[in-house]
Design a protein. Structure first.
Length: 750
């Protein structure tokens, strides 16, 4: 039989007969499929209640007694049981025996149930539950349904592991699961791992979906860069969806109590978007150093108007040895020039204006006291620098561009002055279906106003003015051919793209001009097709040269590039008289080194990138850079690398992630100096995938100064959907050290 009971504001009800077994099976299948996509947790106040059972008795207008294969459905709530009693006026259901309930995708079982079908309030005895939002499950002595969203689990368990015997679970005296607020709150809680008590707490809270929320994070014991033991106890403030703050007291027994904070924010105003991040650390009276220690890093960008932004990037530290004593990564330990910049940018359709102020704090390597070669040079401060860029394309077939700057350079011990530079250029691109020719003319005009300076080598120098204007003419040209070909048995389109680039810049005497910010550009395939061999505006190199290059690409039908081969070389018709320093000798080369490069993915599992700089006159390799990656499947990657620069370094690098068994994975990296026969950086680690948890352990070694290295160890137990416990941050170390590394439990956390 089947009963349809109306909503309380209706005066009608209906009776019908139904095929019990078939209808129950079809309804169960339909609702199980629908539960995969979580419905809105809003009850329809006008929904009817459908009742089915093999035996229905009682008073239809008051009480219905239901027996055998009972099913009661109202909107998004469905209950099945052996027998039940439904009070129609109160809309209250009492059920016993093999009780099953589906509510908004969540699933419960119990011995007994009492539930108001309209308000969602009620309780279950000796229940089990499974939540749809994160597949969490558990059991309890009792569950009280406080409303449609909130359930109170009494003397129960909670775990995101599947199966009747989860690897980890929380056992709590009271556990409030609020799906509406996405919060789980537990009191008197013990965390069990492999049925062994792991952590006890009088109370805790967590996100049911793994989203961010305020609260204490697990303590993080570890070791500093010099092996000193330490414990970090972070507290996370989830201020808003777009703002958060992490405060972390760090206990370092050998040094004292360090306080740290990381704040992040982002948002939008009527003018546009903004975002920023600030990281602060402070250690009052370091017991080893005998002084206060601190560090600051703050960044911010914000739109003032639709076309106008401003921002800052500020880095500072209390002393030279701060990176050695407190850095946990290779990048931070090697950072010695700390930039402090305030800037603003204004952009329009055809031009942009940038103004900035830059100062630097230089942290000298402690070993530099005994070795001048290790001394870190101090860059010039820019107080201020104003840059204007303007350009338009295809104006009667012409492209024009103007780059100009006004900068005041300041240095505590070097020549100071102001530099004005303007570089206008005009080109006329001629482009066809398979060719292009682009003639260009440009002028580098600059003026200096140098301040009086006492030079140890030349004595007192009076203030003076310098001016220079150097024209440049260039012609860039290229062709493109295509043909059908095959690559490793696969049909592709091969291109052949030869290119010639001619540059002429006359010689202009530049002795006495200062060098504020100029260096020789790195010699590579991009740089040889540029007009200048310098980066910066203090030197305008003389040139009468042509660059020849060719690129061949192998393209699939989809347009994806499978392989790229490149070649380039520069030929000089005159000597290069302009050098960085006045006493440097001119270069009389007739041709440059040869550049060769190849890169691509030769199959679905193999990829490589290779570059070689070869000196044909001396018949020797100047530099090489080779990387090879093999990635045959998920969580399987092997990287091989080799870098060489003559008279500088020769390094080999190997890294990878690989399954050792069905659940164990190994990760490792070694960066080795073949020249110095020493390990520059190394990492070794193990990971275990327990489905609902991951364990990571290992150690890393990296150089912190010329003669010192750090060897932090780490281990971490991550319980999916709950938290991470352990020493250090091995997940971050593995991601940064191994190209192609994949997280074992993707989809959990960040």
């Amino acid at each position: 039989m089947s009963w349809f009971t109306p909503p309380k504001n209706s005066q009608k009800w209906a009776f019908a007969l139904t095929a019990l077994a078939a209808a129950a099976a079809a309804t169960a299948h339909a609702q199980t499929s629908a539960s995969k996509q979580r419905p809105q947790r809003v009850e329809d106040p006008n929904a009817v209640t459908t009742i089915r059972a093999e035996d229905i008795g009682g008073r239809p207008e008051r009480i219905l007694n239901l027996d055998r294969d009972v099913e009661v459905v109202r909107d998004q709530t469905r209950v099945t049981a052996d027998k039940a009693c439904y009070k129609q006026v109160e809309a209250e259901l009492e059920a016993q025996g093999n009780v099953r309930i589906w509510r908004y995708g969540d699933y419960y079982t119990a011995d007994e149930l009492q539930l108001n079908m309209e308000t969602g309030k009620g309780f279950m005895l000796h229940p089990t539950y499974r939540m749809e939002v994160n597949n969490a499950q558990g059991k309890a002595r009792r569950i009280d349904f406080l409303n449609e969203d909130e359930a109170l689990v009494i003397d129960g368990t909670y775990s995101t592991c599947q199966g009747p015997n989860p690897d980890w679970y929380l056992r709590s005296s009271t556990l409030n699961l609020d799906s509406g607020r996405d919060v789980g709150t537990a009191g008197g809680t013990v965390l069990y791992f492999k049925d062994v008590p792991f952590l006890g707490t009088p109370g805790m809270s967590f996100s049911l979906s793994g989203a961010r929320r305020s609260g204490w994070l697990p303590p993080i014991p570890g070791f500093g860069s010099k092996g000193a033991a330490e414990v970090v106890v972070p507290y996370y403030f989830n201020i808003a969806p777009n703002r958060d703050l992490t405060v972390y007291p760090k206990i370092i027994p050998r040094r004292g109590l360090q306080m740290g904070a990381v704040g992040r924010y982002m948002g939008e105003t009527e003018a546009g978007e903004y975002e920023g991040r600030t990281h602060i650390e402070y250690l009052p009276h370091d017991k080893e150093a005998g002084k206060d220690r601190w560090m600051l890093h703050s960044t911010h960008t914000q739109a003032i108007a639709p076309d106008w932004t401003y921002g800052w990037n500020v880095r500072a530290a209390s002393d030279d040895e701060y990176p050695n004593d407190f850095s946990k990564t290779v990048a931070n330990s090697a950072e010695r020039q700390l930039l402090r910049e305030l800037r603003t940018d204004y952009r329009r359709e055809y031009w942009s204006l940038t103004a900035r102020v830059q100062k630097y704090q230089v942290l000298q390597d402690p070993e530099a006291k005994n070795n001048k070669d290790l001394t870190v040079s101090r860059p010039y401060d820019r107080l201020p620098a104003i840059n204007l860029h303007a350009a338009r394309y295809d104006v009667g077939g012409f492209d024009w561009q103007l780059d100009s700057e006004l900068t005041r350079f300041w240095h505590p011990t070097e020549q100071r002055g102001t530099r004005v530079v303007a570089v206008p250029q005009l080109s006329y691109p001629i482009i066809g279906a398979s060719y292009f020719v682009t003639p260009k003319v440009m002028l580098n005009a600059s003026a200096y106003q140098l301040e009086a300076f006492k030079d140890p080598a030349r004595g007192d120098l009076a203030s003076r003015s310098l001016r220079r204007a150097v024209p440049t003419v260039s012609i860039d040209s290229g062709l493109e051919f295509e043909r059908s070909a095959s690559l490793f048995g696969r049909a592709v389109t091969q291109t052949l793209e030869p290119r010639l680039f001619y540059v002429y810049t006359p010689y202009r005497e530049q002795k006495g001009f200062p060098n504020f910010d100029t260096a020789e550009a790195t010699f590579n395939l991009s740089q040889i097709f540029s007009e200048s061999r310098f980066i910066g505006s203090d030197r305008v190199g003389d040139a009468n040269q042509v660059t020849a290059g060719v690129v061949s690409r192998f393209l699939e039908a989809s347009g994806a590039e499978r392989l790229r081969l490149s070649f380039g070389q520069r030929f000089y018709f005159n000597e290069q008289r302009i050098q960085l320093t006045d006493d440097a000798k001119p270069r009389y080369d007739t041709r440059s080194d040869t550049l060769l490069a190849a890169a691509g993915r030769i199959s679905e599992t193999w990829g490589f990138d290779s570059a070689v700089q070869y000196n044909p006159g001396e018949r020797r390799v100047i530099s090489t850079n080779h990387t090879l990656q093999w990635q045959p499947g998920q969580k399987k990657v092997l990287n091989l690398g080799y870098r060489f620069l003559r008279d500088s370094f020769k390094n080999a690098d190997i890294s990878g992630q690989w399954p050792l068994s069905q659940r164990w994975y190994g990760v490792a990296r070694v960066s080795y100096s073949l020249k110095d026969k020493t390990v520059l950086e190394s990492l070794v680690g193990l990971e275990y995938n327990g489905d609902c948890w991951v364990f990571r352990m290992g150690a890393q070694r990296f150089v912190t100064s010329a003669n010192k290295a750090s060897t932090p160890i780490f281990f971490q137990l991550e319980l999916n959907g709950l938290s991470k416990f352990g020493v250090g941050n091995p997940l971050e170390v593995m991601k940064n050290s191994i190209a192609g590394y994949q997280r074992l439990n993707e989809g959990y956390g960040r």
